[in-house]
Ligand binder design. Structure first.
Ligand code: GP9
Ligand code: MN
Length: 706
């Protein structure tokens, strides 16, 4: 050991001497050695450089923050992972080495392509846990292809192509086998060198990590942040581990999860303790919930050529209780996440989706609680029953019956399936039968037509989204109508046409319910399930269109309306309306305190007389302006601030100074909500709690009745 050490120090001394003697020659020799090394390991370096460069390209195309562009950390992380995997190639025989590198290159490239496409659609990076949900990924596939696939999604293919080209070149020049075959011992050394390089880089990377970064890496709620700091390959390794975790989960982390769960719920009452003017106002009434696909609140504020975009929704809002500052809190489970949070007041899970990965957990849900009051509960949706695993999950949510595609005649198709107009028409017949049974009922109707890619334009009916202008000829006095294209032909414009169709369908549905006297003794609850995820540039055009030039105003124009990424996030608001004949007569109002999907269950619970101890949201009429809406990625919004966790930056929403303490408090709260929800779902803690209290109950009974 001692000898080895002195040998080592001697060689360092020698190197130092050589550097001192002739620095120029020294550095030239080093550069030459590197050049030689690269020349003798061309395939290895092609794989490493292309893999790292693709990681950089992906981040460049997806995350548009200055910090991301200049950060060296993800580069180092990507380099570490690629070198680590590539180093094992040196332990293989020459004939296996190229196929091994090729497989690696294909995997790295596929990761980049899939994430590039996925990011455009979901503004997040994909998760391996979603593989188990590939069934519906295929179903929505067409929509995704049409809406979001671009050339930039495929540029990553240059990596495997370059590897093949280099390989062919090496073989042609005879270098591959002569170089590779002769030097088995050298290859073992090369493995050692590259493996140690990867370890040293990993170490160097780890020492730069802050506690916040480590925390976010472990929790993985904030995928964008993880990729931005850890690179795409480390992110996916982490995601792989976390995706397998649910399967192994009951083995690890239970105690911690139980602690988080207990701490959060220990002070929560077992029964509803507060009352307000809405307590029990709808007790015993029927409920029809309308899950309004991709409906954004913005639509209700728009007019084209003097015509309201959503006249029926607007009427409903005027006559009902309209929550105009309401957010869906969805993650990758989109529609299913909305349904989940609506019915349980829990958050979507940090990996996978509740509907697909955690369908077998115990949940306290609206259907279950209403069933205790004698309600019949059902869901109606004219898509395949197994889409989002609904057929299975609906049993856990406690629905008595699921009317799916097989229960409908598919006589008119728009987008993903049966048109909303036909769906509603056929559903009314079914509701009539259910109503005739005489039991109160709770039914959810899920709309479908207004789903991305909004390309069935010729089926939406006539709703021009241009600007028509009447021009009078000064000489002849003749009037002509000039049309400026405005939103025509844009994705957002097509969305508006689709929205108008969906709104018309809603209008017809109401008229049919009225005609069948089904609105008596019934409360209508309507929510938009999430935003339509359309390009920000289209919104910039919507607010800054110049009819004279048919172009968007320049940002230094005094009339220019700013629509940046914050505005985009805030614009993801969806409508939430509670309507009944009573609200029409006396209770209608607009509630502008910020509210999220997880507040629906507590708010309706107070109105219908049910209560869930495990709800994470609040009755909005209790919490009022103190509410906070937490998003699955760690962002949150209050009446005062919108906070973006990826950028660790915020936008004040009022002219009021925001203290660091306030931000910290809200951050802690958001973190607690997400941890509690995830622990509860992953570890099935409601069930555990029920089992424990059952055991205790039995025990007490045994003691009192010996
Ligand atoms: C499919 C519908 C749409 O049945 O609910 O799901 P989404 O793609 O919006 O999650
Ligand atoms: Mn949806």
């Amino acid at each position: 050991m001692k000898r080895k050490f002195s040998k080592w120090t001697n060689s360092i001394k020698k190197e130092w001497q050589r550097l001192k003697n002739d620095p120029k020659l020294y550095w030239m020799t080093i550069l030459n050695n590197i050049r030689e090394y690269i020349k003798n390991n061309t395939l290895f370096f092609t794989l490493v450089i292309s893999g790292v460069f693709n990681g950089l390209l992906l981040r460049f195309f997806t995350i548009h923050t200055v910090e991301n562009f200049f950060s060296l950390k993800p580069l180092l992380a990507d380099f570490t992972i690629v070198v680590l995997f590539a180093s094992f190639g040196y332990l293989m025989k020459a004939k296996n080495r190229f196929p091994y590198y090729m497989i690696l290159s294909i995997i790295f490239t596929a990761i980049c392509i899939i994430n590039s496409i996925y990011y455009t659609y979901y503004s997040s990076f994909t998760s391996i846990s979603l593989l188990s949900t590939s069934r519906f990924v295929v179903d929505v596939g067409d929509a995704v292809v049409e809406n979001v696939m671009r050339i930039q999604d495929w540029v990553y293919l240059w990596a495997p192509i370059a590897l093949i080209v280099v390989y062919i070149h090496l073989k042609k020049t005879g270098v591959y086998y002569t170089e590779e075959n002769k030097r088995e011992q050298k290859h073992k050394d090369k493995f050692k060198h590259s493996f140690i390089t990867a370890l040293v880089c990993a170490l160097a990377f780890c020492v730069t990590l802050t506690p916040v970064q480590i925390g976010r890496f472990v929790k993985l709620w904030n995928r964008e942040y993880t990729v931005m700091n850890f690179g795409i390959y480390t992110y996916h390794l982490n995601d792989l581990v976390q995706s397998i975790e649910p399967k192994l989960t009951t083995l690890f982390g239970y105690d911690n999860a139980m602690k988080t769960f207990k701490e959060f719920y220990q002070d929560k009452p077992d029964q509803q303790e507060t009352t307000n003017e809405y307590t029990n106002i709808f007790k015993g009434k029927n409920v029809i919930v309308i899950h309004c696909e991709s409906m954004q609140a913005l639509n209700m504020t728009l007019k084209f050529n003097g015509e309201e975009l959503t006249p029926n929704l607007n009427k409903l809002a005027r006559e009902g209780i309209f929550f105009d500052n309401f957010y869906a809190q969805v993650s990758v489970g989109t529609s299913s996440d909305s349904e989940f949070t609506f019915n349980t007041s829990l958050m979507p899970t940090s990996s996978g989706t509740a509907f697909v990965s955690y369908f077998d957990r115990e949940y306290i849900t609206i259907p279950k609680l209403l069933k205790e009051q004698g309600y019949y509960t059902f869901s109606m949706h004219a898509n395949k029953a197994n889409f989002w695993n609904r057929d299975v999950m609906y049993q856990s949510l406690g629905y008595d019956r699921f009317y799916s595609k097989v229960d409908y005649e598919i006589d008119d198709v728009i987008g993903l399936g049966l048109s909303d107009k036909s769906f509603f028409l056929q559903s009314v017949e079914k509701i009539k039968e259910i109503n005739a049974e005489g039991k109160p009922y709770y039914g959810v109707l899920l709309m479908l037509s207004n789903h991305t890619p909004f390309s069935d334009v010729d089926k939406y009916g006539d709703f021009p989204v241009d600007i028509k202008e009447t021009v009078i000829d000064p000489e002849t006095g003749l009037e002509t109508v000039v049309s400026h294209p405005y939103m025509e032909g844009t994705k957002l414009g097509n969305y508006f046409k689709s929205v108008h169709y969906a709104d018309e369908a809603l209008g017809e549905f109401f008229a049919q319910l009225e005609q069948e006297n089904l609105l008596d003794n019934t409360v209508i609850v309507l929510y938009g399930d999430h935003d339509a995820r359309l390009p920000i540039e289209d919104y910039v055009r919507l607010f800054n269109y110049n009819t004279t030039t048919d172009e968007v105003l320049s940002s230094d124009d005094p009339n220019y309306i700013n629509f940046d990424e914050y505005q985009y996030e805030l614009n993801r608001k969806v409508p939430f309306i509670i309507w009944s004949k009573e609200t029409q007569e006396s209770l209608h109002k607009t509630v502008s305190n910020v509210m999220g999907m997880y507040d629906v269950m507590p708010t309706l619970g107070n109105m219908f007389g049910f209560y869930n101890k495990y709800q994470l949201g609040h009755d909005i009429f209790d919490i009022q302006d103190q509410n906070i809406v937490v998003f699955p990625n760690g962002n949150w919004v209050t009446n005062k601030v919108y906070y973006n966790a990826q950028k660790n930056a915020y936008l004040p929403l009022k002219e009021e100074a925001i203290s660091e303490e306030y931000i910290q408090q809200c951050n802690d709260y958001a973190s607690q909500i997400l941890s509690t929800s995830n622990s509860l779902i992953v570890f099935d803690l409601i069930k555990k709690e029920q089992e424990i209290s059952l055991q205790n109950g039995d025990y007490i009974e045994e003691r009192t009745n010996p």
